[in-house]
Design a binder for this molecule. Structure first.
Ligand SMILES: [Zn+2]
Length: 416
């Protein structure tokens, strides 16, 4: 069947009402949400979502990591489902849309197809992935990671929160541990709708971002050792200043990222000097370099350059240096077919769009390892996210869900 007609649209008011209804659960202190994973509020949000899915005629599935699957049947029993979804959990001071838009946008796709009595060959499954945020239980994207085989389930369930409560125990306590083994489901495709969490789309006046890649990352912890000495009585020529070395390496990191444009970024976000006293020249500095790029060769090249050039800076200043890799993700390249389906959907619907790189991690980045996957983004005001003031417009949400609808319908194949 040909692509759906441009008049096929989701119900923007209904999507918005559902977003506002979900936001009543686990309200924050400043207009946003605190619906952290595996809390009573999480359980309440799940129940609301499940009730909506059942009312839309979906059959519910629940795996042993608490991942939820709402299936709208297809006409071909042998056809693998098209999955859509994201996460309902939030940061402690989170917004109303991060994750939630992708889950409820998926539900809105199902509701719209029900309204119009559209049948698809492939089933459509709306998913809520457990613990995307990673605040209460590190790391982020924990359960989609188990699903994709990145993490062991036993390891994930043994993760503890700040109060020492284990993930597995809390999942049982809130009543959302299912029987279904994790990662068993095979997918025809996976689509995730998400807010951008950055400023590009709004600044450029674009309705839609088509995510082609996710940033890869290296975290490199650098330790410089010099000599603690009095800031007043030590002559300049006799100083071995670890703080000065850190400053020069900060410049180096910036320069390396600038020389790997477009899309590469680099910064030192975490830094400590010792003894951190205002009248002592730092004898030691420990800081983390964060390099990201969607291009594996550039990403690794940035690390190589730091490892080659930072020791020269240290040597000039008489400092000892060690560099240790403390975190890494490979860049993600989303599936050409899924990306193309989203791009042609935006085109057909007449929405302005651009390709974009995801700077943040998402469930789709893990699912991309086991299924053809892509993401679509809508703008958010001032690029603000992980903040209670996170805001989007109803039109932006609707445009994102429209693009999701068209890509899903085209991929799931309409049956006459
Ligand atoms: Zn998110």
């Amino acid at each position: 069947m040909a692509a759906p007609g441009e008049n096929l649209r989701i119900n923007g008011d209904r999507l918005w009402d559902s977003l506002m209804e979900m936001a009543k659960i686990g309200p924050g202190v400043a207009g946003g949400n605190n619906r952290q994973t595996l809390t009573d509020e999480d359980a309440e949000g799940r129940a609301l979502f499940q009730g909506w899915c059942e009312a839309a005629g979906c059959e519910m599935g629940l795996d042993s990591m608490g991942n939820m699957f709402a299936t709208r049947p297809g006409t071909d029993p042998d056809a693998l489902p098209v999955y859509v979804g994201s996460h309902l959990d939030t940061q402690p001071t989170g917004g109303k849309y991060d994750g939630v838009l992708g889950v409820l946008g998926g539900l809105e796709v199902v509701r719209t197809l029900n309204d119009l009595d559209v049948k698809t060959k492939h089933p459509i499954v709306v998913t809520n992935w457990t613990n995307e945020e990673g605040t209460r239980y590190a790391p982020a994207m924990l359960s989609s990671g188990v699903f994709a085989g990145v993490h062991e389930e036993d390891w994930a369930k043994a993760r503890v929160d700040a109060k020492g409560k284990a993930f597995g125990d809390e999942l049982k306590r809130i009543g959302w541990e299912g029987d279904e083994p994790v990662g068993q489901r095979k997918m025809h495709a996976f689509f995730e709708l998400h807010i951008e969490q950055g400023p590009i789309l709004e600044a450029e006046g674009k309705d839609i971002g088509i995510v082609t890649h996710g940033q890869g990352l290296w975290w490199l912890e650098v330790t410089l050792t010099g000599k603690d000495a009095h800031t007043g009585s030590t002559p300049m020529a006799m100083r071995v200043n670890a703080g000065l070395g850190m400053a020069r390496i900060t410049e180096l990191v910036h320069r390396i990222a600038m020389e790997n444009q477009p899309d590469a970024v680099g910064a030192i976000g975490q830094a400590n000097v010792y003894p951190n006293s205002r009248n002592v020249i730092p004898g030691k500095a420990v800081f983390t370099v964060d390099f990201r790029s969607p291009d594996q060769a550039k990403l690794d090249g940035m690390r190589d350059r730091l490892e080659a050039e930072a020791p020269k800076i240290a040597e000039e200043l008489g400092l000892g240096i060690s560099i240790e890799a403390v975190g890494h993700f490979d860049p993600v390249t989303f599936d050409d077919g899924c990306v193309g389906a989203l791009r042609s959907a935006a085109e057909r619907l007449g929405y302005s769009h651009r390709d974009i790189i995801s700077g943040a991690g998402h469930d789709a980045c893990w699912i991309n390892r086991v299924a053809p996957t892509a993401m679509v983004m809508c703008p958010c005001v001032d690029g603000l996210s992980h903040n209670e003031a996170e805001e989007i417009s109803k039109d932006w949400a609707s445009a994102g869900a429209d693009v999701l609808l068209h890509a899903v319908v085209e991929t799931a194949v309409v049956v006459d």
